[in-house]
Design a protein around this ligand. Structure first.
Ligand code: SD4
Length: 325
């Protein structure tokens, strides 16, 4: 949480033009991670998500697929009421409804997604069912809920007392205006590489807090919030979904890696596309990426984006390089 508070302070300053330019801040503690060796499994996720990475790691160690690993990994924050940006306990839209977005992709290029899904704690598992049990890629809203019910998912009230109380306060302060709230940053995007060399990815979120009802961000959109190409690698995004959608960010990162860019450089280029095109002082965007050789990296607009990397059973939270301090 301190990172988000810091980010808010920075964006206030940012709007007064305190811009430090292109900075490579290498406060990275990657050296404390063991070096990746070919044939090892590996997991990378957005933000401080060690428990999620540990669950994914455990799945890989049990011999499960990268697809199982990412599903099991992201289910951890989905089920955690303390995490107010993913799954159960997520902050609601401006009408007080918790609407969830998620997508999943396997090593064969199969993909599944749900958008604006209500009442289901684990949208990632519904997205996987869309991928595996339907001829479609995306199900949205009432149709997604109907499908989840038919697949036996339990319906429940996802709005916790804490998120309800914050929403009630927001309604007073914001005079019920729809705003895009930059405070809401903990979406989990996760990529896993199995020891069989296959990669899969998942992304899940409650989206921007107090969004308009029906708003869908980048997170459930294949190629925007997450993308995997098993020949090359994968990428995932967090932050202001509208900017990621307009630049098809995760697909771009993977295509840049295909052209030979290191994952960190590819993430930087995707961030720079946004910076070139729109006002960026008040938005955060962070990308993570990993290639098939186990190289990884991240880049973000504002300092304060962390990501979690797991190699050889060790999980480390690393600081992403950023464009602005
Ligand atoms: C969205 N990208 O709905 C998501 C929000 C997010 O960390 O990433 N929060 O736009």
């Amino acid at each position: 949480m301190p990172n988000r508070r810091k980010f808010l302070r920075q964006t206030t300053l940012g709007s007064f033009g305190v811009l430090t330019g292109s900075l490579w801040q290498s406060a990275c503690n990657a050296q404390t991670l063991p070096a990746y060796k070919p044939g090892q499994p590996m997991v990378i996720s957005t933000w401080e998500n060690e428990p999620a990475n540990a669950a994914a790691w455990a799945a890989l160690k049990e011999g499960k697929s990268a697809l199982d690993a990412v599903e099991q990994g992201v289910r951890v924050p989905e089920g955690d009421p303390e995490n107010q940006t993913v799954g159960y306990g997520g902050r609601p839209d401006r009408d007080g409804r918790v609407t969830l977005d998620a997508c999943i992709m396997d090593h064969l290029g199969n993909a599944g997604s749900v958008c604006c899904l209500e009442h289901i704690r684990h949208p990632i598992s519904v997205a996987r069912k869309v991928m595996e049990d339907t001829p479609h890629v995306i199900l949205a809203g009432a149709g997604a809920l109907e499908f989840a019910r038919a697949k036996g998912f339990e319906e429940e009230d996802l709005l916790t007392e804490a998120s309800r109380a914050e929403w009630e306060e927001w309604k007073k302060e914001e005079n019920y205006r729809p705003i895009i709230n930059i405070e809401n940053h903990d979406t989990i995007g996760m990529l896993a590489l199995g020891s069989d060399g296959n990669m899969a990815g998942a992304c899940t979120t409650s989206g921007l807090a107090y969004k308009m009802h029906g708003r869908v961000g980048d997170s459930p959109i294949i190629g925007a919030g997450m993308f995997v190409d098993n020949e090359i690698g994968g990428a995932a995004a967090t932050g202001m979904g509208e900017a990621v959608l307009k630049t098809v960010g995760s697909f771009l990162v993977v295509e840049l890696m295909r052209q030979g860019r290191h994952p960190a450089e590819a993430c930087k280029e995707a961030v720079m596309r946004i910076i070139k095109r729109q006002a960026y002082q008040d938005i955060q965007i962070g990308y993570i990426a990993m290639n098939k050789a186990g190289e990884y990296g991240a880049y973000c607009i504002h300092e304060g984006f962390d990501y979690t990397v797991s190699i050889d059973g060790q999980h480390r939270v690393l600081n992403s390089k950023s464009y602005m301090k």
